[in-house]
Design a protein around this ligand. Sequence first.
Ligand code: SF4
Length: 216
Amino acid sequence: MCPIHRIDINGLWYNIRMRLLMHLCCANCAVYPLKSLLERTKPVFPAFKVTGYWFNPNIEPLEEYDRRLDAMLELERLWGLDVIYNDAHDNSLYKCAVEEITSRGGTRCEACYTLRLDRTAMKAKETGADAFSTSLLISPFQKHELVREAGVKAGKIHGVEFFDDDDRSGWREGTALSRKLGLYRQNYCGCMASRREREAGRKLGRAARKAEAAVK
Ligand code: SF4
């Protein structure tokens, strides 16, 4: 979708910028997509008016949620961003979504994307944004197609367009930039299951290294 909307007023065409509500899953993922959007927004070519939207209710435990929220607040301060915070740390919302989606054969991640993007689309509609998107789209660790599908579906339900900006090629640059900015970097996706999987993976890695060392 073209970021410039052309409107016809009394026979004259005007370019106006797209008001985009960007769901921010964490500061690290948000760095590159925000930079890329802001770079495309020059005074003479005002492509986007970007507002961030924080809604990630299932990051566990609470201390981890707070750490990621603080990182987002820090990025907001450093870059002078405009961010709306839906500061709801409420795992029951996620559990409900998981129950519903898995009963139809879906996965927990699908439920997680659906919940977050549904709320973002709702907020986009409420605030009069032209479209919404999500920083989840940049992560090579997320299921990209499922994120897109959840976004398109939420957009249809709430009558607002999903802006599908595939930023995966900017992942390395975003990582380097978030390190440079000194932002807190998490080592698991967010829910308790992802934390357990990460721990299990580390244990397996340690055991494999030990076994390898014993053979040498
Ligand atoms: S692994 Fe990540 S995307 Fe999947 S359910 Fe957990 S927090 Fe959500």
